[in-house]
Design a protein around this ligand. Sequence first.
Ligand code: FE
Length: 163
Amino acid sequence: MPKIAIFTDTKTIDMYQFTKVKTGDLVDINDRYILSLDNHVSIMETLADFCKKKKITCGTISGLGAINCATFRFLDPATKQYVDKTFEEQMEITNLTGNISEKDGTPYLHVHITASRRDYTCIGGHLLDARINGACELLVEDFAMTFAGRQPDPETGLNLYKF
Ligand code: FE
């Protein structure tokens, strides 16, 4: 079956521009958006804003780009303590992957990132936030009409999926 791609709902607003992409056949109800974030904005703040505006309660995120400041989080399973570390240097996002759910009525983003440094080595982790310095191109897929919640899990100290 030939694939179709329809571009609709294209907007340029405050912190980013995006376009909705309809692909596949007519039974595919997922909405896909290509986002191009403005230079120097916060990735997480912008994504949260977008998901809220689009009322996305279940979906995935993938992307790439360039950043010059990023804070990663590491959860020590033994102590259940978070260890956060900020890196202030120019890096390429070699992979950004995440999911979207909902907690307490607002979009809940779980994002991990791998970024390469000037010497081509990589660092990464759970992404608390990062500032774009260059470009950031994301694909957001909204599993329309699906809901994924979050619930604290005492054993791991994490907010796990609650379907
Ligand atoms: Fe994580």
